[in-house]
Design a protein around this ligand. Structure first.
Ligand code: PTJ
Length: 265
């Protein structure tokens, strides 16, 4: 179904629109076919979480914004799905936090795809995009995800990794980085390896990160530090899972019995 043929009144209009957009971007090579599967998995978890930012995710996003403000060299890693879904949000965040390095990092890497992702980001308003011509490799990773820029992710102290794979999140942690993951799957290795797992939909998460940065940027450092340390990964991961369980329990409960007919019924 093309974008034009999705009726606005459809209850899943936004979801259909995003899918259709991703399918088109796959045809251009920005997104890989595996990216569509990754998106479907994300959507499934979003369903389970209620398709909105949970209180746990909101706390994680606030803490992540504080971490970004405190970082000396923050970096954000961008793959094909991220560029396709959220180039505008990436650009907005890089304006809210000009120190943020935006770097292309691809699992299915070709020079052509790297250029396409970088072009998409530049068109959306990101001024400086690294990773098109990577200059170094992360230790302990066999895949092309090991390619990084020596001026970007390699020297970053805090790295945001949306829609990532567990191996690289692990390699980044081993390299001494503070890793902030954005991944709707609280069971993924990425979420479980990151020091700060944000289990929320990508565009919502990036939007909330920007809002947090703008809100706290003039605060005194000790206050920002307190927010940065206000959450712990194990407690967050437990909270996300509990939220899913409680929601499913509620949905699975038998509907309450209708009461006796009232007058006028
Ligand atoms: O562009 P490339 O070559 O780097 O490849 C990108 C993909 C996404 C194909 C690659 O990174 C991949 O295979 O990722 P995974 O291992 O499938 O992990 C993606 C994770 O992102 C899954 O756990 C999904 O639940 C999650 N996810 C998908 N869409 C969203 C999401 N999380 C947040 N917001 C989304 N919109």
């Amino acid at each position: 179904m093309t974008v034009q043929r999705i009726p606005r009144s459809h209850p899943r209009y936004r979801s259909l629109l995003v899918r259709s957009d991703l399918a088109e971007k796959m045809a251009t090579g920005l997104v890989v076919p595996e990216g569509l599967m990754a998106h479907g998995r994300g959507e499934a978890f979003d369903y389970l979480l209620g398709e909105k930012t949970t209180p746990e995710a909101a706390r994680a996003e606030r803490a992540a914004a504080a971490r970004l403000l405190l970082a000396r060299r923050p970096a954000l890693s961008v793959n094909g799905n991220v560029a396709a879904l959220a180039a505008r949000e990436v650009a907005a965040l890089s304006k809210d936090l000009p120190r943020l390095t935006v770097e292309v990092n691809l699992f299915h890497r070709t020079p052509e795809r790297a250029r396409r992702v970088a072009d998409t980001l530049r068109r959306a308003g990101v001024r400086r995009v690294l990773g098109e011509h990577p200059t170094a490799r992360l230790r302990g990773l066999a895949s092309d995800r090991a390619w990084v820029d020596a001026q970007g992710i390699l020297r970053a102290d805090v790295v945001v990794v949306p829609l990532e794979d567990g191996d690289r999140a692990e390699a980044l942690v081993r390299a001494g980085k503070f890793v902030i993951a954005i991944d709707l799957n609280p069971l993924s290795r990425t979420s479980r390896r990151a020091q700060l797992p944000i289990v929320d939909e990508l565009t919502r998460a990036l939007h909330n990160l920007g809002r947090g940065v703008r809100h706290m940027r003039d605060w005194p450092r000790p206050q920002i530090l307190a927010v940065a340390h206000s959450v712990q990964a194990p407690e967050l991961l437990g909270g996300y899972l509990k939220r899913i369980r409680v929601r499913l329990d509620r949905l699975a409960a038998p509907p309450s019995q209708p009461g006796p007919p009232r007058r006028g019924d």
